[in-house]
Write a protein that binds this ligand. Structure first.
Ligand SMILES: Nc1ncnc2c1ncn2[C@@H]1O[C@H](COP(=O)(O)OP(=O)(O)O)[C@@H](O)[C@H]1O
Ligand SMILES: O=P(O)(O)OC[C@H](O)CO
Length: 498
């Protein structure tokens, strides 16, 4: 029998990857490239959707070539993506009408209250599981249509199409299929969580013409076949990246959770077929929707800035030359020296949802060195996760007994130890850190029968490292109180500004 593989395209915030996996869930090839980040004004973040498509065109053949795999040996392709990032393009020419507005972008923060004139925010949240926030795609799409009346007219005539990155890429890959999946659609503020359909009242509230919306499909099942950059590969999964990593961590049972530490960090807990409504500032989202099975939902704590803060230290401050160096620098000191960094670059997401909050560095004295700041930078990711875990425990009404982690930042052992210290539960990193791509490949492979069932996938999961708390309760409590004070300052600073 000739070998066969499953491919995944992981279109992330900072880079795009194409990976190939074998039946044991081992990565046999990875091709990866970064794309440009554009910050045209404070709070604005944009990507060039054409640039990202060109990268996909380069990366897919490269991943196959590197592994010596022929297209015929690729039995399925899963597409996973940064969620919420919004693209509008011309149905005929296929050209975007402007830059993609990235999920972190806060340009709509001041318009949000006006969006709900006919609609109670509570009802919006009840239907969608989302807070009214610039994070979602709906406000971004409305902003694009409001920015030029001609665009709105063209959208109403069906000449323009909307999509998140999954939709954009599948449209390009298939030569014109305009679809999304329920996980991505659940991030728009336009889909009803129960019916998994676009909600006409929500569309009216966001002033989005139905003619430009993609069809909402299941997350797994053959959607179509690729025409470019390689012809004939079945696309059999589409999943938002955080839902994909939940799947890749084989978090199939209610109560299973994971946290991915990449540009942002995202803690998701599978809640099974139940739509659990958060009272603590979490999102309710679709974990995956598989044809013929009940929809699986999740509670999510989204944190906008995690690795992005390390990246900012590298590119904007020149504090380190590589992301990994932040650990070396942080290890030059024993503690944070009383310094706290709140990276509210996109306001604060879960569980605070303060779109006007701004970043601060608190506790500066002449004693503070670069090392203390590096430590505070890493601790910010751990404390943000702690606040989300606390909210999750209240909402899900189950204790968190351990936390599975993945993503680029989990290479940082000091951060992983700090995380175990502040959460006071074991933090577990699997052998396969590329859970996002693996999850998309798993969903795609299951859909075409490459893997017979989820049990087999569980057997592929192997623990690589585990960290346990090494600090006393009173030390944790003291530092947590200081962190919460810094959060309050960040919110007050943002609110107090014009
Ligand atoms: N050793 C490290 N320590 C701290 N942060 C790191 C380390 N390695 C990578 N990162 C951060 O992780 C992020 C990249 O992770 P990745 O999972 O590839 O992100 P994404 O999918 O969001 O593009 C970057 O923001 C980078 O700064
Ligand atoms: O691409 P990532 O890993 O930064 O994930 C971004 C999230 O999907 C945004 O919701």
């Amino acid at each position: 029998m000739s070998p066969s593989y499953v491919a995944a395209i992981d279109q992330g915030t900072t880079s795009t990857r194409c990976l190939l996996f074998d039946r044991q869930g081992r990565m046999v090839s990875v091709a990866q490239r970064q794309h440009r980040q554009h910050y045209p004004r404070p709070g604005w973040v944009e990507h060039d959707a054409e640039e990202i498509w060109r990268l996909v065109c380069d990366l897919v053949p490269l991943a196959l070539e590197d592994a010596g795999v022929t297209p015929a040996e690729v039995v399925a392709l899963g597409v996973t993506n940064q969620r919420e990032t919004t693209v509008v393009w011309d149905r005929v020419t296929g050209r975007p009408v402007g830059p993609a507005i990235v999920w972190q972008d806060t340009r709509t923060a001041t318009d949000l209250p006006a969006l709900t004139s006919d609609f109670e925010v509570a009802e919006l949240t009840r239907r969608t599981g989302l807070p009214l926030s610039p994070y979602s795609s709906g406000p971004k799409l409305r902003w694009i249509l409001d920015s030029d009346p001609r665009l709105r007219e063209r959208a109403e005539r069906g000449e323009l199409l909307f999509g998140t990155m999954d939709t954009w890429l599948v449209w390009k890959l298939t030569g014109g299929l305009h679809v999304t999946d329920a996980t991505n659609a659940s991030r728009t503020l336009l889909m009803d969580l129960e019916t998994l359909q676009w909600d006409p009242e929500l569309l009216e509230c966001m002033q989005v013409p139905a003619a430009m919306l993609p069809e909402i499909r299941s997350s797994a099942g053959v959607i179509g076949h690729t025409r470019e950059p390689i012809e004939g590969i079945p696309i059999s999964a589409m999943l938002g990246d955080q839902q994909a990593s939940l799947f890749g961590q084989t978090a199939f049972e209610p109560g299973d959770a994971k946290c991915t530490f990449g540009t942002g960090s995202f803690l998701l807990m599978n809640t099974g077929p139940d739509i659990v409504r958060s009272r603590s500032g979490l999102i309710t989202t679709v974990a995956h929707a598989t044809e013929g099975e009940p929809t699986v939902y999740a509670l999510e704590g989204s944190i906008a800035v995690a690795g992005a803060l390390v990246e900012w230290c590298r590119t904007s401050l020149g504090l380190v030359r590589s992301a990994a160096e932040i650990e070396t620098l942080a290890r030059t000191v024993d503690d944070n020296g009383g310094c706290y960094v709140v990276p509210a670059f996109a306001g604060l997401y879960a569980p605070y949802w303060e779109s006007r909050a701004q970043g601060i560095i608190a506790g500066l004295t002449g004693y503070i060195t670069k090392g203390h700041i590096a430590r505070a930078v890493l601790e910010a990711s751990a404390w943000q996760a702690k606040d989300v875990v606390d909210a999750m425990v209240v909402d899900a009404q189950v204790p968190m007994t351990s936390l599975a982690v993945d993503g680029g930042m989990t290479a940082n052992n000091l951060l992983m130890q700090t995380l175990a210290d502040v959460l006071d539960v074991p933090v577990i990193r699997p052998m396969m850190a590329e859970s996002v791509a693996l999850g998309a490949a798993y969903a795609a492979g299951l859909a075409v029968g490459y893997w017979p069932d989820r049990r087999v996938l569980k057997a592929n999961w192997h623990r690589a490292s585990e960290w346990r708390s090494e600090i006393a309760d009173d030390e944790r409590d003291r530092s947590h109180a200081a962190w919460r004070q810094a959060i309050d300052l960040s919110i007050a600073w943002g609110r107090g500004r014009p």
